[in-house]
Design a binder for this molecule. Structure first.
Ligand SMILES: Cc1cc2nc3c(=O)[nH]c(=O)nc-3n(C[C@H](O)[C@H](O)[C@H](O)COP(=O)(O)O)c2cc1C
Length: 343
């Protein structure tokens, strides 16, 4: 996927891995909006795959492809075992989390604190490459704590590339491992896009993607003038409607208009299946709340989903009622600023 993208000058737009957010239901929704976007799972810890409820952790709908499994771990044997187990599920990529700063992650000595030990991460990537039959990629920060990013990041990348990483996604800010919450660590350390651009320029033959603070498709397109890929997290989740412009704007394929009623019908059919399998309507609709930002009726849409979909026994008619509250005709065209990117 990445080698092809590089060879043909294609750009990749990805939705970032986000714990509690990018679960399978979220990814199903996102896939209805963009055929091309690369979708990441939440981080799944290797130990959980080995010892935990692997079917629940790893299963997903075939419609979600292309989908990348993000692993958390710092033990080559466990990561390899997790990859062997996950192979049955047909993920399109395996990604290693070297960016998450939460206490839970640090106590397992993985996530962002691995930035301190590039040699060890390189060993992990080599081991993962030996067992994986799909691309192995790394998502990292530009550094942690008192590291000097301009010094450590080039070396970190060199080692990842030497170990065979197929792509590097860089969240363009440091993580502070002490004193900042994970949320603050996504907001307070300043973004350094220039350094990430430099990493791309210095590694022309390797796929390098950028992440962090990218708010819309205009900004995404601007990064893609330099970078091979853009990864959006919060903006893609909180304003999922923007994904409807991705195929036309970023990859130059796909319709520039969304068939919202067809989307409604697909989400209703999907939610029926989830409920029939023992799930709750809310498991699906909680990801849909931000769908209609900027549309007349969006507030009512949110209210209906938030209040009614959480009631015990709520059925898919709630989705129909929520869509009926939106002035879809007036707002059904992709926003002009999203269209502009196609050029
Ligand atoms: C709720 C939430 C959960 C996250 N979970 C993960 C995760 O599991 N793995 C990871 O690498 N990054 C995780 N992140 C970080 C995002 O992948 C991304 O790097 C970060 O939000 C910056 O991108 P953005 O500014 O586009 O949101 C999470 C972010 C959020 C908001």
């Amino acid at each position: 996927m990445y080698a092809d993208a590089l060879k043909h000058g294609q750009k990749i737009f990805a939705v970032a891995p986000m714990i509690d957010w990018t679960d399978r239901h979220c990814r199903f929704l996102h896939r209805q909006l963009s055929r091309q976007a690369l979708l990441y799972t939440e981080m799944v810890v290797a130990d959980a795959i080995i010892h935990g409820p692997r079917q629940r952790l790893l299963s997903y709908s075939p419609e979600e492809h292309p989908v990348a499994l993000q692993l958390g771990g710092s033990d080559a044997g466990k990561l390899s075992e997790a990859i062997r187990i996950a192979a049955d599920y047909g993920y399109d990529e395996i990604n290693l989390n070297v960016g998450c700063p939460s206490d839970r992650v640090q106590s397992g000595t993985f996530g962002a604190c691995l930035m301190r030990d590039a040699g060890h991460v390189a060993d992990l990537v080599s081991a993962m490459k030996t067992v994986a039959t799909v691309p192995v990629t790394v998502k990292c920060r530009i550094g942690v704590d008192d590291q000097e990013p301009a010094e450590v990041l080039p070396d970190f990348l060199r080692r990842m590339i030497g170990a065979g990483a197929d792509a590097i996604w860089i969240h363009a800010r440091k993580a502070w491992l002490q004193g900042l919450s994970p949320k603050e660590n996504r907001e307070i350390p300043p973004l350094d896009y220039d350094l990430v651009y430099r990493m791309k320029r210095e590694n022309p033959d390797v796929f390098v993607g950028i992440n962090g603070g990218i708010a819309d498709l205009d900004q995404a397109a601007s990064h893609l003038k330099v970078m091979d890929g853009v990864m959006l997290g919060r903006a893609a989740y909180q304003n999922a409607g923007l994904l409807a412009g991705v195929d036309a704007a970023v990859t130059g394929t796909g319709p520039a208009e969304v068939d919202w009623l067809a989307l409604r019908d697909r989400m209703m059919a999907y939610a029926e299946g989830v409920i029939a399998a023992g799930g709750r309507l809310h498991h699906v609709t909680r990801h849909m709340v931000g769908l209609f930002q900027g549309f007349a009726g969006a507030r009512r849409f949110r209210q209906i989903l938030s209040a009614e979909a959480t009631r015990p026994g709520a059925g898919v008619e709630v989705i129909a009622a929520a869509f009926a509250a939106v002035d879809i005709e007036a707002g059904s065209r992709v926003q002009p600023e999203e269209k502009k990117l196609a050029g």
